[in-house]
Design a protein around this ligand. Sequence first.
Ligand code: NAP
Length: 286
Amino acid sequence: MLVELKNTTKKLCVIGDPVLHSKSPLIHNAMIKALGLDYLYLCQPVKAGETARWLEAAKAADYAGFNATMPHKEALLPLMDELDEDARLCRSVNTVCIREGKAYGYNTDGQGFLRALLDHGVDPAGRRVVVLGAGGAAKAVALKLSQRGAASVTVCNRTAEKAAALCTQDPAGRLEPAGFDRAVLRALCARGDLLVNCTSLGMAGTAGQFEDLSFLEALPAGTPVCDLIYHPAETALLVRARALGHPAVNGLGMLLHQAVLALERFTGRTIDAPAMTALLTPLLTG
Ligand code: NAP
C-alpha cells in the first residue's frame, strides 16, 4: 500500500510481539489514504519488558500515537498520564495518543465489539449472554455487555480462576463465572439469548478446536452466535450455528470498528464507520 510521505507526516504504529501478522497497518493506511490524512502507520515489534522504553522512544521520535497488542496492553496502564473509562475498567490499553509529551490511554475493543453487534441488529441490552473465554478479549467484551445492560453475562472458561477474577472487575456485578465442560455449556445455552466465543478455539494457525459443539443444539431458536475470530471468516462454531438456523456474526466488524475508533482518537476526527467498512471489507476478505 503506497502512502504519500511529507516532512510533516505524523507517525503511528502498532506494537507487539509477535506483531508482523497484524492487519492494523493495512487497515489504518487504507483509511488514512481514503480520508486524505497526513499520517503513516507502521508495524513495530517491541518485546515484553520493553514497553516503558518504547513509550519514551515514541515520545522522543514524535509519534502521534500507537496501538498495542500482546504483551503490552496491561503493561501500558501505569505508564499513561490519563486513561479513558474503558481502559480503566479493563485495566488494559490498546490505543495510545501522544500529545505534548503526555500519553493518553484508551481501550477500543469493547466499544468496537458492541458497534459490530449493533450493526447486525443485535442489542445485548436485556439478554442473557454466554461468553466463552476469559482472556483479554473476553474481558473487554464481557464488561461492555454488562455496561450495555445485558440481563446477565456468564463467563465460561477452561481455567476457572481466570473467569472468577474477570467477574470481580464488573462494577455492576452482572458477571458470573462458570466452567467449560459440555454439561455446563449445554445448560447455559438452553437459557441464553446470545452466545459469544472469545476463546482462540477455531482460529486459523492454532491447533485448538472445540472438541464438541453439541451445546449449540441447546440454544433457543434464532439466538445469535458471535465469534471474535475473523480468520477463518467462518469458524466451525459459526458454520454449525448457521446450519442450526442461528444468525452468525464473525469478528471482522469488531476488528474494523476498533480500528475506526482508534483512528478517531489519533486524529481527533469523526470517521464514517460504514464507509470505512465498505472500503476495508474487500481488502480483508478478498
Ligand atoms: P487470550 O487472552 O490468550 O485468551 C484466550 C482464551 O481462549 C482463554 O480464555 C483461554 O482459556 C481460551 N482457550 C485457549 N485454548 C483453549 C482450549 N484448548 N480449550 C479451552 N479454552 C481455550 O486471547 P485474547 O486476546 O482474549 O483473544 C481471544 C480470541 O479473540 C483470539 O482468537 C483473537 O484473535 C480474537 N480477537 C479478535 C478481535 C477482533 O477484533 N475481532 C480482538 C481481540 C481478540 P484459558 O484461560 O483456560 O487458557
